[in-house]
Design a protein around this ligand. Structure first.
Ligand code: F6R
Ligand code: MG
Ligand code: MG
Length: 371
C-alpha cells in the first residue's frame, strides 16, 4: 500500500497583525486531526506553524487529492477561523477564499504539497515551510538540491543519483506545464525557473531507469497556489510549502538543507511588495517582525513509518546556520536602506499593493507630451 503525505496550509488569522499563529488555533487543529486519526481517516499528523500560517502535515494511505483528506483540512481551517473571529485575531479566515467546498481545497485559498509513494525501508522526509514569500522562492533551493553538482555531491559521486532528475515546471500565468530533464536540459530549465514569479518547479521525479526508485513517484512537491490569481485581487501571501524525500539514491539530508545556507533574495516581504533575503530559522523564530519579515523558512524533519511521522526535528535549529542568519540580517539591512526604491520594492506589475492608479489619476491633466 502506498503512503501519502499531505501538507496543507492556510493563514486563518494571526496575532499581533500578521506575525504569529495563536496557540488556540493550533489546539483546535490538534483536536480535529486527533479525531480523524482515531476514526482511521489519517494515520498520523503534526500541527506546525510558520509565522502566521497554520500548517497541517498528515500521513495516510488515501492518495493525493483525496476528497476526505482535503475536506478534513478545510473543516479544520473553518473551525480555526471561527476561533480566530471570536478572538478578533488579525485577518481571520483570510486565506479561505470560498465558502463552497466541493471535494478539493485546490483553488480555494490553502496551499497544498502532496507526495504519494512506495515507502522504502528507511524513508526520511523534510517539510519546508516559508512565510512572507511566494512559490517561486523554492525554485533556487530545489534546483540546487536535485541539479547542482556544487551543492549535491551525490550527483557526482553516487551512481544512483548520477543520471540526474526530471523537473515538472509550471507556467503559473498560462496554466501549463512541461517536464524537463537535468543535466541534459539544465540551461533551458534555468532559462525558465530563473523567472521565478512565472515559472515554478511543481514536482521532481527520479529518471526512468533509476536503480532504486520508480520514475512515476515524485520525490519533491511544492505548493504553487498564487492567492491573488485565484481571488483576482491581493488577499494575503502565498507563503509556500515543500515536501522533499531524502537519501538512498536521492540527495542526502544535508544536501537538501545545504541550499538554504545561502539567504537568496525572494519577493513577498512587507505588503507582498518587496524583495528581501530568505532567512532559515528554528521554529521558535518563524514569526516575522522586522518590516513584517524578513521572509523566513523552517524545516521539519521526519522518518516516515507506514504513514506515521516520526519527528519533527527542527532542522534549522543549528549553529551551522548562524552565519547564514547573520548574512541575511546584513542583506536585510542593505535592502531596507533602499526604502521605496526598486529593487527592494518590486517592479510595478508584481506589487500586491499599489497607489499608482490613484496617483496617475490625480496627475492625468498635468502630464505633457515631450519630444
Ligand atoms: C502579510 C504581509 C504583511 C501585510 C502588511 C499589511 O502576510 O505580508 O506585510 O501585507 O502587514 O497588512 P494589512 O493590509 O492587512 O494592514
Ligand atoms: Mg496573516
Ligand atoms: Mg503568512
Amino acid at each position: 500500500m502506498k503512503t501519502t503525505i499531505s501538507l496543507i496550509k492556510a493563514d486563518v488569522g494571526s496575532y499581533p497583525g500578521h506575525a504569529k499563529v495563536h496557540p488556540d488555533l493550533k489546539i483546535i487543529a490538534e483536536k480535529q486531526l486527533s479525531k480523524a486519526k482515531e476514526d482511521g481517516l489519517i494515520v498520523d499528523f503534526h500541527i506546525l506553524a510558520a509565522g502566521d500560517d497554520l500548517e497541517l502535515l498528515m500521513g495516510h494511505h488515501r492518495g493525493a487529492d483525496n476528497n476526505k483528506v482535503h475536506s478534513l483540512a478545510w473543516d479544520t481551517f473553518k473551525a480555526a477561523t471561527k476561533k480566530a473571529k471570536e478572538l478578533k485575531l488579525y485577518g481571520a479566515g483570510q486565506d479561505l477564499l470560498s465558502d463552497a467546498f466541493s471535494g478539493n481545497v485546490k483553488g480555494l485559498g490553502p496551499g497544498i504539497a502532496e507526495l504519494e509513494f512506495t515507502e522504502r525501508s528507511g524513508e526520511p522526509l523534510v517539510a519546508f515551510m516559508m512565510d512572507k514569500t511566494e512559490p517561486g522562492a523554492f525554485n533556487l533551493p530545489v534546483f540546487k538540491m536535485f541539479a547542482d553538482p556544487f551543492n549535491t555531491a551525490g550527483l557526482v559521486i553516487d551512481s544512483s543519483c548520477h543520471d540526474g532528475f526530471t523537473f515538472e515546471i509550471w507556467d503559473i500565468q498560462n496554466h501549463q506545464r512541461v517536464f524537463m530533464n537535468s543535466p541534459e536540459e539544465m540551461y533551458d530549465i534555468l532559462a525558465l525557473i530563473g523567472a521565478k514569479s512565472r515559472y515554478v518547479i511543481k514536482r521532481v521525479y527520479p529518471k526512468k531507469g533509476h536503480p532504486k526508485l520508480p520514475d512515476d513517484e515524485p520525490v519533491a512537491a511544492i505548493s504553487t497556489e498564487k492567492l491573488y490569481q485565484i481571488a483576482g485581487e491581493y488577499v494575503g501571501k502565498d507563503d509556500p510549502v515543500t515536501l522533499v524525500r531524502a537519501q538512498s539514491g536521492l540527495p542526502a539530508l544535508g544536501e537538501i538543507l545545504e541550499p538554504f545556507a545561502f539567504p537568496h533574495l525572494v519577493s513577498g516581504w512587507m505588503r507582498g511588495s518587496h524583495n528581501g533575503p530568505l532567512m532559515p530559522v528554528p521554529f521558535k523564530y518563524s514569526q516575522c517582525t522586522r518590516f513584517d519579515g524578513p521572509p523566513r523558512v523552517i524545516a521539519a524533519g521526519f522518518q516516515v513509518n507506514n504513514a506515521a511521522l516520526i519527528g519533527p526535528v527542527d532542522l534549522f535549529n543549528d549553529p551551522a546556520y548562524d552565519i547564514t542568519r547573520k548574512k541575511a540580517q546584513e542583506v536585510a539591512e542593505y535592502m531596507r536602506r533602499h526604502g521605496p526604491f526598486e529593487p527592494h520594492r518590486l517592479p510595478l506589475e508584481e506589487m500586491e499593493y499599489t497607489t499608482l492608479p490613484k496617483v496617475m489619476d490625480k496627475l492625468k491633466n498635468r502630464f505633457e507630451k515631450v519630444k
